[in-house]
Ligand binder design. Structure first.
Ligand code: GLU
Length: 377
C-alpha cells in the first residue's frame, strides 16, 4: 500500500470517528440548499456515494460536492442537483440531455471517453475488495478438507484409488492359487492384503513379492506407473499446497473466481469482473451489495477503494473489512456531453478544467482533499 493510500486509510478512519463525534454532539452541519436556480442554471447529475457525495437533509456534502461548489463559484456557474441511483443512470442522464454535467465518483474509461467529454482527473482511485470481518480465513479442518476437494486433487485421489484397485485385483487374481503366494485364497482377506500391497507399491515400496508371472508383470508395471504418479503428485503439491490455499478466504483479486461476488451494475468493477472470469451479482445500489455481504449472500464486494474504506470505517465497522491491494487504478472525472453538445457546454468544460488546475496549484484542492481524506500525515 502506497504511503499516500495508507494516509488515506487513516484519514478515513479519522473521518468516520469525527462524523460519529459530530453526530453525538448534535453538531452535524446541516446541508445548505443550493442557491435558488436562476433561469441560466445548469443541471448537475450526481448520486449518493460517501465520502464523495453524502446526503444531508435536503442538500449534500462530500469531497465531490465541495469540489464542484468551488468550481461552480470560480466559473460563475449557477446549478441545481439532479440525483440518480447509480453511475449508469448518471451517464444516461447526460446522454439524454437531462443533465448538463455529472460529478460523483465517475471513473474515466476509454469506452466512456468515446461517449462523453471528461474534465481533467479530479481524484486518484482504484478497485479493491471487501469481505466480512469474520471471513473464514483460519487454518481449519474445513479448509484442509476443501483443499482435497478442489483443483486437481479429486483427480489425483481418483487415480490413486485406481492404482490400488486395479493392480490389487490383478495380483490377487493371479496369485490366489499359487502355493507359496503371500495372498490368501479367499476374496476379502486376499483382496485387502493385495490392496495393501498395491498401496505400498503406489508409494514406491513393495513388501510382498508375487510369485506368478502375471503377478510379477503387474508388480513391475505398478512400480513404473507409481513412479510417474508420485512425480506428478509432488509437482502438484508444490505448486498448489500454499498457505493461502489452506487459509482459504479471499485475500486478493486472484481468489475471486468461483466465489459469490457482489458489485454495482454498470460500474467499472462490474466491467472488470466480466473480463476476469469473476461471476458477480450486480446490484442497482451499492448499499444493497454491502447488505448482501453482511447477510452472507455474497462472499465479497468488488468496488471503488475509497468508498469501501469509508464504509468499512463507518457504518460497516466491525462487520466488514477491506483486503488486498488496490488492483486497478482509476481516475475520477467530471462528465460533460460530447463536443456536439454545443459551444456553451464545451466552453464550460474548458473553464472548469482551468479552475480545477488552478485549485491544485493554489492549495484549494489539497484543503478539500484533507477535509475528507486526511486529517494527519
Ligand atoms: N467509479 C465507479 C464507476 O465509475 C463507480 C461509480 C459509482 O458507483 O457511482 O463506474
Amino acid at each position: 500500500m502506497s504511503r499516500k493510500f495508507s494516509a488515506m486509510v487513516s484519514g478515513l478512519l479519522m473521518l468516520a470517528g469525527a462524523a460519529a463525534h459530530a453526530q453525538e454532539q448534535g453538531t452535524a452541519p446541516a446541508a445548505a440548499p443550493e442557491p435558488a436556480a436562476a433561469t441560466a442554471a445548469i443541471t448537475v447529475a450526481t448520486r449518493e456515494i460517501p465520502p464523495f457525495v453524502i446526503r444531508e437533509g435536503d442538500g449534500y456534502s462530500g469531497f465531490s460536492v465541495d469540489l464542484w461548489r468551488e468550481l461552480a463559484s470560480r466559473t460563475g456557474t449557477q446549478f441545481e442537483w439532479l440525483e440518480k441511483r447509480n453511475v449508469a443512470e448518471i451517464l444516461s442522464s447526460v446522454d439524454a440531455g437531462e443533465a448538463d454535467v455529472a460529478i460523483a465518483a465517475i471513473s474515466i474509461t476509454s469506452e466512456r471517453e468515446q461517449r462523453f467529454d471528461f474534465s481533467q482527473p479530479m481524484f486518484e482511485s482504484g478497485l479493491q475488495i471487501m469481505v466480512p470481518q469474520e471471513q473464514d480465513s483460519g487454518f481449519s479442518l474445513s479448509n484442509v478438507g476443501r483443499y482435497f476437494t478442489q483443483g486437481a486433487m479429486p483427480y489425483l485421489l481418483g487415480i490413486l484409488a485406481l492404482l490400488i484397485l486395479v493392480p490389487g485385483h490383478l495380483v490377487w487374481w493371479a496369485e490366489r492359487k499359487h502355493d507359496d503366494s503371500p495372498f490368501s485364497r479367499h476374496y476379502f482377506p486376499g483382496i485387502f492384503h493385495a490392496m495393501g500391497w498395491a498401496l505400498s507399491a503406489a508409494a514406491g515400496q513393495q513388501n510382498d513379492n508375487p510369485r506368478s508371472r502375471l503377478g510379477r508383470v503387474t508388480s513391475i508395471a505398478a512400480i513404473f506407473v507409481s513412479l510417474l504418479f508420485l512425480t506428478y503428485w509432488q509437482a502438484e503439491l508444490t505448486s498448489s499446497f500454499t498457505v493461502q490455499q489452506l487459509q482459504g478466504g479471499i485475500q486478493g483479486p486472484d481468489d475471486l473466481p468461483g466465489k459469490r461476488v457482489g458489485t454495482l451494475t454498470g460500474s467499472t468493477s462490474a466491467q472488470w469482473a466480466a473480463t476476469h472470469q469473476v461471476k458477480t451479482t450486480e446490484f442497482e445500489k451499492i448499499a444493497q451489495a454491502f447488505e448482501a455481504l453482511e447477510k452472507g449472500r455474497v462472499e465479497a464486494v468488488v468496488y471503488d477503494s475509497p468508498v469501501l474504506l469509508f464504509h468499512a470505517a463507518s457504518s460497516g465497522r466491525g462487520k466488514v473489512r477491506v483486503v488486498g491491494p488496490v488492483f486497478k487504478k482509476e481516475n475520477y472525472g467530471i462528465v460533460f456531453p460530447p463536443r456536439s453538445g454545443g459551444p456553451r457546454k464545451t466552453d464550460l468544460r474548458k473553464k472548469v478544467n482551468e479552475a480545477l488546475l488552478r485549485m491544485r496549484e493554489d492549495g484549494t484542492y489539497d484543503r478539500i482533499y484533507r477535509r475528507w481524506f486526511t486529517t494527519e500525515e
